[in-house]
Design a protein around this ligand. Sequence first.
Ligand SMILES: [Zn+2]
Length: 248
Amino acid sequence: MYIRIGQGFYMVGGGDAGPGISSYKDCNVYLVADGGQAVLFDAGSGLDTGRILENIREAGVEPSQIQYLFITHCHGDHAGGVQDMKRALPCLEVVASAKEAKLMEAGTERMLGLAAAKIKGAYPADYVFRHQKADRIVEHREVFRISGMEVEAIVVPGHSIESVCYQMDFKGRRYLFSGDSVYKNGALSLQNCYGSSLERYRKYLPRLAGRGIDALIPAHFGFTLTNGQAHIEKALAYLESSALPPMV
Ligand SMILES: [Zn+2]
């Protein structure tokens, strides 16, 4: 199962809080393919990585064409599947920010936010985050060029210790893969666990201001292909007010 969003652009994973095309815990997983090369945004939970790989094949893309796996942050639903992906695709370059990469490689359940999420009931008690070393540490404003895609990393701590949003210019449209940092209608995601901070949201979310984003593509819930920047500016306006911003 997969959803074709545009030419070369597919949703290939997404659980209960998304389209229900892969394991129930998976965040939305996006695939962009062009000229025999492809990139993937986030890896899902690792509960059924085989399903995501199958979805990629169903979309007509051979998983071995995927050059980069861009990780937004290392909560289980986004990065728990990285180890499986890497085992299936040894040539894949797993890209993460320095602090998130540290968590991905050796973070405790507390530091991964997993202990608190289990208490909340968001993960089964026996869920295990399988650690994996990143292949490449991404810096703020680093740019990747892959066939017709240009991807810029924007480091936005707030939802997690060092979340990354990825801006992508592709076929005349500007996308923002925003992970859990910002959603439609300016909603944010602050959590009561290690790494999440409203103060850092205030400090770093302005890095997303005025970027002319067409498509806002978060890792859960809905996306929009037009006027994405207006949703982001809404979030920035909320952060100016003393009232707590809307949270998902
Ligand atoms: Zn998260």
